[in-house]
Design a protein around this ligand. Structure first.
Ligand code: IMP
Ligand code: MG
Length: 181
């Protein structure tokens, strides 16, 4: 696995620091509110697991799954619900927890969908943010680490369902996807 990584972009320690900072900000901002962390499978699972333990106030979690990418590294532009939430959002303070904000298409769709369910508030927290790749105007209320316009894997992020279990985030060697597609 490691030999497919061209460069480590964020070490395990750098990620842990960013997650700690985000957890502290969220704990401060959501005191006394009904915080519900909504996470998008599967990439955000690693981030959510760490983030929720850095949040020092009560919160609930729920998951949904959408697909915006096929097997490759490029966005297809198609967003489809694969698994919906279990819990009604009415009256809750929803914080969408995303692994990476890229074109913004996925989040744009999810925000619109969840807004229609009557939450008290809805905000976005992303660990990785690629602001230069935005195709629709979505901004994160909480943003961890800025990523250059490169395809990264690790810490939950995959390429063809691989590399999610790397504890750091790195850039794949281009040969890896040119030989796979
Ligand atoms: P968006 O709709 O283009 O913002 O894409 C968001 C989703 O695409 C993320 O939740 C990831 O699953 C995937 N994605 C975007 N960029 C990357 C990347 O650099 N590595 C791995 N997955 C990515
Ligand atoms: Mg993915």
């Amino acid at each position: 696995m490691q030999q497919d990584i061209r460069e480590i972009l964020f070490s395990q320690q750098q990620i842990a620091e960013a997650v700690r900072r985000l957890g502290a900000e969220i704990s401060r901002d959501y005191g006394g509110k009904k915080l519900m962390l909504v996470s998008v499978l599967k990439g955000a699972v690693v981030f959510l697991a760490d983030l929720m333990r850095e949040i020092k106030i009560p919160c609930s979690i729920d998951f949904m799954s959408v697909s915006s990418y096929g097997a490759g590294a490029k966005s297809s532009g198609v967003v489809k619900i694969v698994k919906d939430l279990d819990i009604p959002l009415e009256g809750l303070d929803v914080l969408i927890v995303e692994d990476i904000l890229d074109s913004g298409r996925t989040l744009n769709y999810i925000i619109g969908l969840l807004e229609s369910r009557g939450p008290s508030s809805i905000k976005v927290c992303t660990l990785f943010d690629k602001p230069d790749s935005r195709e629709v105007p979505v901004t994160a209320d909480y943003s961890g680490l800025l990523v250059p316009d490169e395809f990264i894997v690790g810490y939950g992020l995959d390429y063809n369902e691989k590399y999610r279990n790397l504890p750091y985030a790195g850039i794949l060697r281009p040969e890896v996807y040119s030989s796979n597609n």
